[in-house]
Ligand binder design. Sequence first.
Ligand code: HEM
Length: 132
Amino acid sequence: MTTPADQPTTYEKIGGDAAVGKLCDRFYERMDSTPQFAELRAMHPEDLQGSRDKLYMFLSGWFGGPDLFVEKFGHPRLRARHMPFAIGTKERDQWVACMVLAMDDVGIEEGLRTRLLENFFNTADFMRNQHG
Ligand code: HEM
């Protein structure tokens, strides 16, 4: 996500490092505890800490903050990295719904939340590699 040079970044608006970390904590806590996300949960390792840390490092850079994921793992190649997982509309919608709950938990301001939801949806949709 790009931000014009004279505007605060999404990273700054959301509340910096602590807020990105909290968003990722809540995302995986919700995934782990919500029956509606059972299929999504089952695709992930039993211990969610590594998944949480990777999403945190990725979102830090994606929001315009420190590019932690790229520094550690190189180019995200997100679509390629998701190829081992069968992702259709059901998985996409569970991922996005889980992120909506996490954003609500963190209390992101309405305008920013709407814009992020659009970006998350588009990225999740791009990750689909199965019909249906
Ligand atoms: C469309 C629905 C999605 C599904 C079902 C899904 C599922 C997964 C799974 C199962 C993993 C592996 C976790 C692990 O290795 O611990 C993963 C990794 C990851 N996902 Fe997703 N994901 C989705 C969408 C997204 C979106 C929209 C983003 C970013 C905005 C994202 C960012 C990441 C990142 C950064 C990783 C770590 C990649 C790596 O280094 O291997 N995912 N995802």
